[in-house]
Write a protein that binds this ligand. Structure first.
Ligand code: FEO
Length: 403
């Protein structure tokens, strides 16, 4: 897409990557992504805020030149990760007089990750202001709104908050402003799950700070711009809050049909108790593991419980179930209960290994595993019913903690 004026003398100059299907070789991006960059032009100076993924550098430079501006005076870096700062060394060859501006955290990581010397930076501290003449950028540190270096800057005159990864979405777009469409909000939630959820305590404080700033727009480094900031701020306050939904997520794998019998009985019984159940088949196709694990994370932004329904393979959990558990454990969802059910052939150590895989979920109550030898009998299914009844009772007892 061409550059777009989003306010007087402030332009969107980012790049769209609609074909991207994975991020960090980990997160599915079914809607692609965008690498957002902005040009803020004051009466005295101009500043680029962030750059684009190196793959898109040539088109990016063409876009900047089409604005018929002089070289930018400043390149403001809000975050080191390569999708935003990987083009900087090449960009400096094109604009050698541009001054790099960032916090010391960014400068330090730029030295180690991009080999850009720290003395090339004008260092900004918390609350420092970069004056452009009629426009100004105030710097606020937001560490661990992905990496330790993330920074947001507020342009007071236009009321635009440039929020780095915070409030972003992996969503390639042809219209620069977000709507309240289901698809856009779902992409923002998946992004929250995969990028922000591990740091939800920090992120909540940043959302509160942004509410206090009362910006007119939030321009993140990924996805469309929030022209109505309340759309995303309300969601962040809900996602980072303590309340959970009356729902259970069941990631499952079944090689020969026994574990799926357990999953189906558990689902049926929980649904009968008024609990919503989301089942995710990790083993349906070669792509299922990454895609369905992404769905599990999205589900767990608000779900009260996760129960893995996975069989034993070679004494331990089926590797697809182990992978999903490992990722869930790393992303620290606020889920209150974690469970394991599944079948085994003739012996199993799955309980001990699963306990280790989920050891980081310290706030969640660990349910006693329900492991069934071979194809479940009617007597085994009664045990599944009891398991479901106990879990449903625990969830319903959360009372005011339920949304
Ligand atoms: Fe979009 Fe953490 O980089």
């Amino acid at each position: 897409m061409p550059s777009v004026a989003i306010s007087e003398n402030i332009f969107y100059v980012g790049a769209q990557h609609p074909d991207r299907r994975m991020f960090d070789c980990l997160m599915p991006t079914p809607h692609g992504t965008s690498y957002n960059s902005y040009l803020v032009s004051g009466t005295e100076k101009s500043a680029l805020i962030d750059t684009v993924d190196p793959e898109f550098l040539a088109g990016y430079v063409r876009k900047l030149k089409s604005l018929e501006m002089d070289a930018p005076d400043y390149i403001v870096l809000l975050h080191t990760e390569q999708d935003h700062s990987g083009s900087v060394a090449e960009l400096l060859k094109i604009y050698p007089n541009a001054k790099l501006v960032a916090t010391s955290n960014v400068a330090q990581l730029m030295k180690t990750h991009m080999h850009v010397p720290s003395d090339q930076f004008q260092i900004m501290n918390e609350g420092d202001v970069l004056d452009l003449g009629g426009k100004s950028l105030t710097f606020y540190k937001i560490p661990f709104a992905h990496w330790p270096d993330n920074t947001m800057v507020y342009e007071k005159q236009s009321g635009i908050l440039f929020s780095s990864d915070l409030f972003g979405s992996h969503y390639a777009f042809d219209k620069v402003f977000a709507t309240d469409s289901h698809e856009i909000k779902d992409a923002a939630r998946a992004y929250y799950a995969e990028i922000m959820m591990p740091f939800s305590q920090h992120v909540r404080k940043y959302a509160e700070k942004v509410i206090g700033l009362a910006p007119q727009m939030i321009a993140s480094s990924h996805g469309p711009i929030w022209k109505d900031p309340s759309l995303i701020l309300k969601k962040y306050m809900k996602w980072t809050g303590d309340k959970v939904n009356k729902s259970v997520v069941i990631p499952y794998v079944s090689m020969h049909g026994s574990s799926v019998v357990i999953m189906e009985r558990l689902t049926w019984r929980l649904a009968g108790k008024g609990i919503s159940v989301l089942c995710r088949n990790l083993g349906e196709s070669p792509e299922s593991l990454a895609i369905e694990t992404g769905h599990v994370l999205n589900d767990l932004v608000m779900a009260a419980a996760v129960v893995f329904a996975i069989p034993t393979v070679l004494g331990g959990p089926h590797p697809a179930g182990a992978y999903c558990a490992l990722v869930v454990n790393a992303l620290h969802p606020k889920t209150r209960f974690v469970g394991l059910v599944g079948s085994y052939g003739w012996g199993t150590k799955i309980g001990e290994i699963f306990e280790s895989l989920t050891s980081g979920m310290k706030k969640a109550e660990k349910l006693t595993p329900l492991l069934i030898e071979g194809l479940p009998t009617e007597a085994d299914l009664v045990k599944v019913d009891e398991y479901a009844d106990q879990l449903a009772a625990k969830i319903l007892a959360l009372g005011d903690d339920l949304v």
